[in-house]
Write a protein that binds this ligand. Structure first.
Ligand SMILES: Nc1ncnc2c1ncn2[C@@H]1O[C@H](COP(=O)(O)OP(=O)(O)OP(=O)(O)O)[C@@H](O)[C@H]1O
Length: 240
């Protein structure tokens, strides 16, 4: 993987759901890149296209126009847990599996031996202060802990890019800040780029760069979001 190249690049990437008069333009043609080490908050009202953009960048969905590429990684078929990891909103742990089995599963599916996957999973849980939960079932831990386990699962593969889709959406404000702390620290530790979508401006403010979506239109700001008047839109740097 070449560190100098973008991890993901959207080139006039657009996504429409449905056809004809009932079609919904979820994302208008969008140019953006994520570079190694980037810290990006993706904000916008409900239905503005945040999940759509993240799913395209994760290779979970295809654009209906334009293209999404992963120049530093390869083709979409090359995407592995060690490249791009996705953290979703809400409960995503598999109920019959213990915490450590949940974290180890993507590694095993990617070809790791059970023993190696467990060792890596234990390390990831330890990093997030969750070692004590390893043998618990998802029903035995809190929502905030489950979200941190989901972060551990995403990070266990040492991804170059973490895409987190409203990972704090179902948490109270304090737990949301803790999960954000964990994501930022874990991204630092792994040397990963992090893109997080959120409705919470107190979370968005902690990121160096903010992408704003309105009705599928992306703009990029870097100013202090607590002062909307000071927000500067840097159209010229969209495609970097
Ligand atoms: N599978 C789908 N089929 C039809 N329409 C969809 C589908 N997925 C998303 N949409 C529509 O696309 C638009 C963007 O949705 P998206 O989920 O990307 O928004 P969002 O900003 O992530 O919203 P939220 O903050 O509520 O999660 C919305 O109008 C939504 O209804």
């Amino acid at each position: 993987m070449s560190p100098a190249e973008p991890l993901v690049r959207c080139t006039q990437a657009a996504r429409t759901f449905g056809q004809g008069r009932t079609a919904t333009v979820a994302l208008s043609p969008t140019d953006c890149v994520v570079l190694p080490g980037d810290r990006i908050a993706l904000v916008g009202p409900s239905g503005s296209g945040k999940s759509t953009l993240l799913h395209l960048m994760a290779g979970l969905d295809d654009p209906t126009r334009g293209e999404v590429t992963w120049p530093a990684i390869g083709s979409r078929d090359d995407l592995r847990p060690g490249h791009v990891a996705v953290v979703f909103q809400g409960p995503t742990l598999l109920a019959p599996l213990t915490v450590i089995e949940n974290v180890a599963l993507p590694l095993i599916l990617d070809g790791d031996t059970d023993a190696r996957a467990r060792a890596t999973a234990r390390e990831a849980l330890g990093l997030l202060g969750l070692a004590g939960l390893a043998d618990k079932l998802p029903e035995e831990i809190s929502g905030g802990q489950a979200q941190r386990v989901a972060v551990a699962r995403a990070l266990a593969g040492r991804p170059a890019l973490i895409l987190a889709d409203e990972p704090t959406g179902q948490l109270d404000r304090a737990s949301g800040q803790v999960v954000t702390d964990v994501l930022l620290q874990a991204a630092d530790h792994a040397g990963a780029a992090l893109v997080i979508s959120t409705h919470d401006m107190s979370i968005a403010q902690r990121f160096a760069v903010c992408w704003q979506l309105h009705s599928g239109q992306l703009t990029r700001t870097t100013a202090d979001l607590s002062d909307p008047a000071a927000a500067s839109i840097e159209e010229s740097s969209w495609s970097r």
